[in-house]
Design a protein around this ligand. Structure first.
Ligand SMILES: [Zn+2]
Length: 75
């Protein structure tokens, strides 16, 4: 279950909230535990859900080297 971090706009109090995706999409509006201000500003969490070595799609564009680069097979 992902953790969402919020900061209070009024007093900068931080809050970490554990909520399901469904709860998040339904609209989370946490209240500042320190001053009761709402809504709080969502922060980017460092809670990494992606695996290390994020696979980057290899560039499939031809480098222009080889046969087609010289125009010998297209024309
Ligand atoms: Zn506050």
């Amino acid at each position: 279950m992902p953790i969402y971090a919020y900061a209070c706009r009024a007093c900068s109090e931080r809050l970490e909230l554990r909520a399901s995706i469904a709860e998040k999409e339904a609209g989370l509006a946490p209240t500042c535990p320190a001053c009761g201000s709402t809504p709080m500003r969502q922060l980017l969490t460092t809670f990494a859900t992606r695996s290390s070595g994020d696979p980057q799609p290899a560039s499939s564009a031809p480098a222009g080297a080889g046969c087609c680069g010289g125009g010998c097979c297209g024309a």
